[in-house]
Write a protein that binds this ligand. Sequence first.
Ligand code: FRU
Length: 430
Amino acid sequence: MYRPELHFTPEAGWMNDPNGLVYENGRYHLFYQYYPDDVAWGPMHWGHAISRDLLHWEHLPIALYPDKNGLAFSGSAVRTNDSCEPDPEGRHLVLMYTSHGTYEQQSIAFSEAFTAEKPPVKFVPFKFNPVIQNQSLKDFRDPHLFENEWGFCTWNAVLAAGDRALFTGSSNMINWGGSKPFGPFEMFNGCIWECPSFQKVDGKYVLIVSMGAVGTRPLGDGYYWIGDWNGRQFIPETEPERLDFARDDYAAVTYYGAPEPTLIGWASQWAYANQVPTGEEGFRSQMTLPRTLSLVETPAGLKLAQKPVDIAPYASTDWDPEHPYLLQLHEQGPFCVTLYNDEESVSFGLDADNCLFMDRRGLKPALWSEEFDKEAYSFCRSPRFCTGVCDWTLTVDHSVVEVYADQGTRVGTMLIYPGKPLEKIKIERS
Ligand code: FRU
């Protein structure tokens, strides 16, 4: 009853972060943090799937296994291009990931050659891993590869290193050097930086970082900066802004080589991801809908806008809790969309203070988690960047609700687990 249809889920077992998002020959590859033997986090593998439309996925064999260097933590992928081709026999994907052992070090793996007809499904870790060694930092992970457009055949990676991001470079993906830090910043004191992602969008560069919850900072959250890149260093031109105003979107990263900048996040939250009641259905966690990115000038400055892949052909515009649902509104003033049954309700909308909200406090207490019902996660509210008419899209796919407002400059992702289907809908305007 809770398994989404249009959001990617593992066939069986546990999933967290999206990894190695890479596009080749019309195919979107999605790798992901995977533990096949349980519905809770465990020794990390990389699961693998492909899609042509980012909505219908074919599950492929596991791409990476834990090995002598450690567990296969998060990372990214690129495809080698003709000018940089290391192997005349064909083109390859290169995965770069964190080997989580005594220390966290970075490793690479090469795919078998692929063609337009045959996607790569086998990956071989490089013999001399790790390629970026580390014997000192406790947290040093989640490399995100990108091509350096200033240099011939050169690559960059941005990594999470404790309380900052590190940009580094290589001409062959094996020898890395010349690292430049970004951060730390006072407002993120006490967070562990995770899963950085770096992407050119509309002529600017966007750095996304997931700020991991630790100790005094209980809430994990994604943030982004918009700025410039001089080939070695990221120069931010905006203050950090939240990527999602609710709490169930983490570790979001972008595609390498896709026709449009495209982002996928993990639609869950570490505070309760291991307990959500989908365990009985044999899986835990789903990805967000894939979203294309653009920059939009708002009255509050330049913002990143996220537009979900078009689900209209597969979603109903009549509310039915058993099917994906799509609602699009243009509203002058406050409104509230409520999904409910005789005992429970959830509501989403815009309040009289021009704030967007997502509210699942009307669900029965979640007996499986002490965190899920806490207000910080269950009632999320955020001012718009705009005034006047609000364009607002709601998608509901069983247990995953997403809201996109004002061209997607504000986005919210929220999980809902009602005790029985919320059969009714009402839309109120005040
Ligand atoms: C983020 C994260 C990453 C790490 C992975 C381990 O959710 O903590 O930093 O690589 O999950 O599964």
